[in-house]
Design a protein around this ligand. Structure first.
Ligand code: TIU
Length: 243
């Protein structure tokens, strides 16, 4: 079994890469680019860019190992029938969910702003979960998908740390999934909320999960992929010499 020991807070964790999945939360243009939902809420969206390069490296390492990768997107149907009125009615009517902006209707499925940023674009075959809420388990088939594939551990990345990442981790924890939140692969419009959001997860002996920087894990996954490739090469050579 391909097990890796990962330095994390509050303590090191062992990850079996065959029963782990990488989940990348809401890395959408609506949150990371000007003119979308994040900006409409009055935020400096450039603060979220810090998570892009670490997410890209983590995504590449997971793909190299054929680890399950799941992407999520927050958004609503064009008729807003799945959006609670309280959520829609917040803020300036010109910039609300469903209003027209430079990237199409804000937070509406199928619009350019709702899509995932090009740097982290899903590959064919990678599940994309469209979620109407903050948590990725709320009114989605994520749990079914994880149970069908016997996934027990989630490597969690995405935005924003204290909103959709935290909500998803809490939902996952209640359902018995182990979460390892990759600190530099997450970001917030409020740096102090990013720090507090991570602190809340790992406090009290890891009350919701563990928190770890991504680089040591990326390196360990890359080393494992290399070992696998060498082993596959040696097996192929041995088979050739037998023939
Ligand atoms: N506003 C904010 O920080 N986040 C959200 O509305 N959604 C997500 O976190 N994806």
């Amino acid at each position: 079994m391909p097990r890796l020991s990962v330095e994390a807070e509050p303590e090191a964790v062992t990850v079996d890469t065959e029963t782990a999945a990488l989940i990348i939360i809401d890395m959408q243009r609506d949150f990371l680019e000007p003119g979308g939902f994040g900006a409409a809420l009055g935020n400096d969206v450039s603060l979220l860019r810090a998570a892009v390069a670490p997410c890209r490296d983590m995504l590449a390492a997971a793909r190299e190992l054929d680890m399950l990768v799941i992407h999520t997107r927050e958004g609503h149907r064009p008729d807003l029938s799945d959006a609670p009125p309280l959520k829609v009615q917040r803020g300036d009517p010109e910039k609300r969910i469903g209003a027209r902006g430079p990237m199409g209707r804000i937070l509406i499925r199928g619009e350019p702003g709702h899509d995932i940023i090009p740097e982290l674009y899903p590959l064919a075959g990678e599940p994309v979960i469209d979620k109407p809420g903050k948590g990725a388990f709320f009114q989605t088939d994520l749990e079914l998908m994880l149970r069908n594939r016997a996934v027990d551990t989630l490597l969690v990345a995405g935005v924003t740390t204290e909103v959709c990442v935290n909500t998803t981790v809490r939902e996952a924890n209640d359902r018995g999934f182990r979460c390892i939140v990759l600190s530099d692969c997450c970001a917030s419009y409020f740096p102090e909320f990013h720090d507090a959001g991570l602190a809340m997860i790992q406090a009290q002996g890891g009350i919701f999960g563990s928190v770890a920087p991504s680089r040591p894990l990326v390196n360990a996954l890359a080393a494992l992929a290399e070992r696998n490739a060498m082993r596959a090469g040696a097996t192929a050579a041995a088979n050739r010499s037998v023939r």
